[in-house]
Design a protein around this ligand. Sequence first.
Ligand code: FA5
Length: 345
Amino acid sequence: MESRLKELQLEALKKIDEAIDLKQLNEVRVAYLGKKGPITEVLRGMGKLSAEERPKMGALANEVRGEIGQSLEKKQSKLERDAVEKQLASETIDVTLPGSPVKEGNHHPLTRVIEEIEDLFIGMGYQVAEGPEVEKDYYNFEALNLPKGHPARDMQDSFYITEEILLRTHTSPVQARTMEKHAGEGPVKIICPGKVYRRDSDDATHSHQFMQIEGLVIDENISMSDLKGTLQVFAKKIFGEEREIRLRPSFFPFTEPSVEMDISCKMCDGKGCSVCKRTGWIEILGAGMVHPNVLEMAGFDSKKYSGFAFGMGPERIAMLKYGVDDIRHFYTNDIRFLKQFHEHE
Ligand code: FA5
């Protein structure tokens, strides 16, 4: 019996040594230490032994079991360590490998033009104001001297939501809102960039949804020459000294007198093409001296205060600046078009 136990011990230790993973090791454990294993089997025969031999054999059997158990534990922790090391090795990152290039985006050309114009006016002491795109008829028209039924409302064909609410047709309602906030106290000096909506048919220079940047200055003794000087500084900074500018008399119910400013067409150098409709000029903004009725409606004393306002189209400005021949390019988001405005190249 003693030799059988020693033999089993050697056999078990060999198998433990040979086990290559935890599954195999567990099989060895069950085979040698389990209830149906050979050691238990041997111990069952102890009844046949003499009284002196029985405790000796019992002690030996426990010793054999203990050795096998210890050996199993040792091997188990080795296999577990090996498994962790193997996993770590397989997950190692080679930091010397070159990374995959990250595609860099760039600002939309309209955003660039708007930010450039904003920076220019901020530099001249203007603040940036905002207003809602879904606007009340009152601010979009009435507060701007355009009562219901006024024929000039047709100049800006509108998307109405209800009788009193519409998508703003220009950024001028922000003038009315800002003046109202100032409650008759000057000075006011703001610009307001934002989206506007009109039922215009889309063509090379018209879109049904486009951007405008509104400007408003109110103070004592503001005159038409302040407006002209401001527009000249703006045009020279944005388009460069070489482009020609012209101011034409115009009409807006909220300004008196009113003007429109054109820039010589970059596409044809003023000779006339499809973009400028053969005129050599592209209209980029409307402007004028704030109408006394508008000042009074917003609570300003028109005898004390005067002001000028302008509303420009950044799409037209971007077209002239970058030589874009169709306003629709700004909204179709063709990546080949947008990529041409990469700032970092
Ligand atoms: C206005 O919207 C006035 N609110 C501007 C104004 C403000 C005048 C303050 C006086 C004082 P107008 O409808 O002309 O005016 O539009 C102003 C500019 O927006 C135009 O010069 C043009 O650059 C641009 N614009 C007008 N309609 C469109 C359109 N459908 N698509 C693209 N740009 C347009």
